[in-house]
Design a protein around this ligand. Structure first.
Ligand SMILES: NC(=O)c1ccc[n+]([C@@H]2O[C@H](COP(=O)([O-])OP(=O)(O)OC[C@H]3O[C@@H](n4cnc5c(N)ncnc54)[C@H](O)[C@@H]3O)[C@@H](O)[C@H]2O)c1
Length: 278
């Protein structure tokens, strides 16, 4: 895409972290914004901040794991701004534990429903009309480095993010003859509230808050890594660059290149993965 002024972007998970940083960036470029988030107070605050900066913005409380809610989001976006040109399928929750953990099926269902199905619903609800309007448009799906290399201890998250990479690669191949461009964002650690994702956990899962010692240790390690991550503004710049250039894989941490190459070599050689430090 080369023209941004007056075009419209829908950003899920737009009230915090990477989503909010991208919203600020695209707002500065003159885009109309539709922010979708499950957290109403944070959403209100983000909308107020952007309005104060003269951005045309609509906030829609949305749970991306509910396809009906995503359809209502699309209706609201269409009524306010008409055609959508950028869909940033970014809402996500951190979580998970070792795959052999026997009692966390509910947590798996939550993480997969937000991080994987949430992206699918965005594509299915917005994608066909984006292709149909025929104007330059772009879908960016947020995966993670955990979608490119295995991450022990974060089973449901890793599986969701591999799925988002697979969905993006496949969608990209299926839309080569259209005006829709697809990218997948695969950051390493970014300084956001992702390690506090339990703030949005559905009520019926809260009992799983009582963590085993192993999970508590893992959670603390992830919290420390996120706190030492890159600022979300750096990710927003990379996303904007991809919108302009059409880059498919958006990698914000080039230092992980060796791990990606290593995984490809394991696959070709038929070897089991061996572990590394994240
Ligand atoms: N922070 C990192 O280190 C990192 C690394 C790789 C990938 N990611 C991915 O980046 C994306 C954005 O996360 P972030 O790091 O900015 O974290 P964040 O917690 O700061 O922001 C995530 C946003 O998504 C919203 N959200 C959560 N569940 C939702 C739902 N069901 N429906 C709608 N909105 C919902 C939250 O309220 C929040 O505003 C996620 O997909 C995450 O997996 C983050």
């Amino acid at each position: 895409m080369q023209e941004f002024v007056g075009r419209t972007a829908v950003i899920t998970g737009g009230a915090s972290g990477i989503g909010l940083a991208v919203a600020r960036r695209l707002g500065r470029e003159g885009m109309n914004l539709v922010l979708a988030d499950i957290e109403q107070p944070a959403l209100d605050q983000a909308v107020a901040e952007l309005e104060a900066a003269d951005v045309s913005v609509l906030g829609v409380e949305t749970d991306v794991s509910d396809v009906g809610a995503v359809r209502r989001l699309a209706t609201a976006a269409d009524e306010r701004f008409g055609n959508v040109h950028v869909l940033f399928n970014n809402a996500g929750v951190g979580g998970g534990g070792p795959i052999l953990e026997p009692d966390d099926i509910d947590m798996w269902e939550w993480v997969l429903s937000v991080d994987l199905l949430g992206v699918l619903y965005g594509i299915k609800v917005f994608g066909p009309s984006m292709v149909a309007h025929g104007e330059p448009c772009h879908i960016v799906n947020t995966a993670s480095m955990a979608g490119l290399v295995p991450t022990p201890g974060l089973g449901s998250y890793t599986v969701s993010k591999y799925g988002v990479v697979a969905m993006s690669e496949t969608l990209s191949l299926e839309t080569t003859d259209t005006s829709l461009v697809v990218s997948v964002l695969c950051p390493g650690f970014v300084r956001t509230k992702i390690a506090e994702s339990d703030r949005n956990i559905p009520e019926h899962l809260v009992r799983l808050e009582e963590l085993s010692e192993e999970l508590e240790f893992l959670r603390q390690a992830v919290q420390d890594l996120v706190a030492g991550g890159i600022p979300p503004e750096q990710v927003a710049d990379a996303v904007f660059d991809a919108l302009r250039t059409g880059r498919f894989y958006i990698l914000t941490h080039p230092e992980y290149g060796d791990q990606i190459r290593q995984r490809a070599e394991w696959i070709v050689a038929g070897e089991a993965p061996s572990s590394w430090d994240i």
